[in-house]
Design a protein around this ligand. Structure first.
Ligand code: GMT
Length: 379
């Protein structure tokens, strides 16, 4: 099929999922067209089956806010017409589903019917909880999508609680490409990060409030008092500076490395023993899944969709949001015994394989075909 994918091109989870999905679809022979304002960070070389169309929003002095939705919907109309696109898949409701709907309607005026799949990722839903004035537009664009998917069962329930949704929501979980991790790095360059006897604890995120970065540091503070350890913090975001200050206050700066954004997540996870994800809310927790496939145990909060990924007592442990004592206690239990640690690592990799893209991709393909077959039924 010829598929247009709309996503955020940044390091955020939804952009990563959309990009990896597009790459996998292209490998399966589909023609994939990414439509967004910058080439997605995980998208490598473009080729016969993978194309990128940049949405450009010209600066115009009259506008206080440049109209991205308008530029996106116009770009979609052009891209769909010029490339014979058969299906539109938008990741993240705000404003992608809204712009997608406008494009769809403009095309219908010309007798072109392109079904739209909207995938909800979580922050598009919670954002409306915080800013209810978005509700009418988001409810409308979700209900007007031909198919709506959510990345976890929990997100599906939350969406139904927050919005008046008339559309069925299909759960298609996030995924990882197991094959990418089948190679075992012979040298993770672990010695660059920590001493032989030290455990390596890792956190990867966009350092927003929702990630509860101070909890990451408080858990690590307790860990390093009991077990020799280093903490590797990967990512950039508004909480980073305060985190660096808190490290000084806790007197752990020499044990914490801030690496910034990275395209080499798998290399970092390769030398990690434990992943910390104490988030306030998390629709899925893709970062935890990426850790697990790299044989890293997970200590997380029990919020949102995380329990669908991190299995308590098997791949790691879950605790209430903010319960840093319980998180630290469980982390120490895993880290202080070699046999226990390797059992958790093995379990993590095994459970992660259940989310292999080869299992998940056919679920998307099935809804694509269903939506395409019913494309003349306008919603
Ligand atoms: O919070 C993030 O890490 C970014 C955010 C996004 O919208 O890109 O991630 C959301 O989507 C990811 C992919 O589906 C999920 O794995 C994350 O759990 C979700 N984040 C939240 O719900 C806070």
């Amino acid at each position: 099929m010829k598929i247009a994918i709309v996503c955020y091109p940044t390091f955020g989870g939804s952009g990563v999922v959309a990009t990896e999905l597009g790459i996998a679809l292209a490998k399966r022979g589909h023609e994939v067209h990414f439509v967004t304002y910058k080439q997605p960070v995980r998208l490598g070389l473009l080729g016969n089956n993978i194309h990128f169309h940049e949405v450009h929003v010209p600066e115009y002095p009259l506008f206080k806010y440049q109209p991205y939705e308008l530029a996106l919907s116009s770009k979609l109309v052009d891209t769909i017409k010029m490339n014979g696109i058969e299906l539109l898949h938008v990741h993240y409701a705000i404003p992608h589903a809204y712009a997608g709907y406008m494009a769809k309607k403009m095309l219908e005026e010309e007798g072109i019917y392109v079904p739209m799949i909207t995938t909800l990722h979580g922050t598009d839903i919670t954002l409306v909880g915080k800013h209810p004035f978005y509700r009418p537009a988001v409810t409308f664009s979700i209900n007007q999508s031909d198919v709506v998917t959510s990345v976890s069962e929990n997100l599906k329930q939350r969406t139904k609680e927050i919005f008046n949704i008339t559309k069925e929501i299909e759960v298609i979980p996030n995924f990882i490409d197991k094959e990418k991790y089948d190679h075992s790095f012979t040298d993770c360059q672990r010695s660059n990060m920590a001493k032989e006897e030290e455990r390596i604890v890792t956190h990867i995120s966009n350092f927003r409030k929702v990630k509860r970065i101070p909890d990451v540091l408080q858990v690590f503070y307790r860990i390093q008092k009991e077990v020799p350890a280093k903490l590797v913090m990967v990512g950039e975001g508004p909480e980073k500076e305060a985190a660096e200050l808190l490290c000084e206050t806790l007197n752990i700066s020499d044990k914490v490395l801030f690496l910034g954004n990275s395209n080499e997540i798998d290399k970092i996870l390769c030398f990690s023993d434990l992943f910390l994800l104490p988030s306030e809310s998390e629709s899925f927790g893709l970062a935890a899944l990426e850790a697990m496939i790299n044989r890293v145990a997970v200590i997380s909060s029990n919020t949102g969709g995380i329990p669908e990924v991190n299995i308590h007592g098997t791949t790691g442990y879950l605790s209430d949001v903010g319960d840093v004592d319980a998180m630290a206690k469980n982390a120490i239990k895993i880290l202080s015994n070699d046999a226990v640690l390797s059992q958790f690592k093995e379990n993590a990799a095994r459970e992660a394989k259940k989310f292999d893209i080869l299992r998940v991709l056919p679920l998307y393909e099935a809804i694509y075909h269903k939506a395409y077959a019913g494309r003349f039924k306008t919603v």
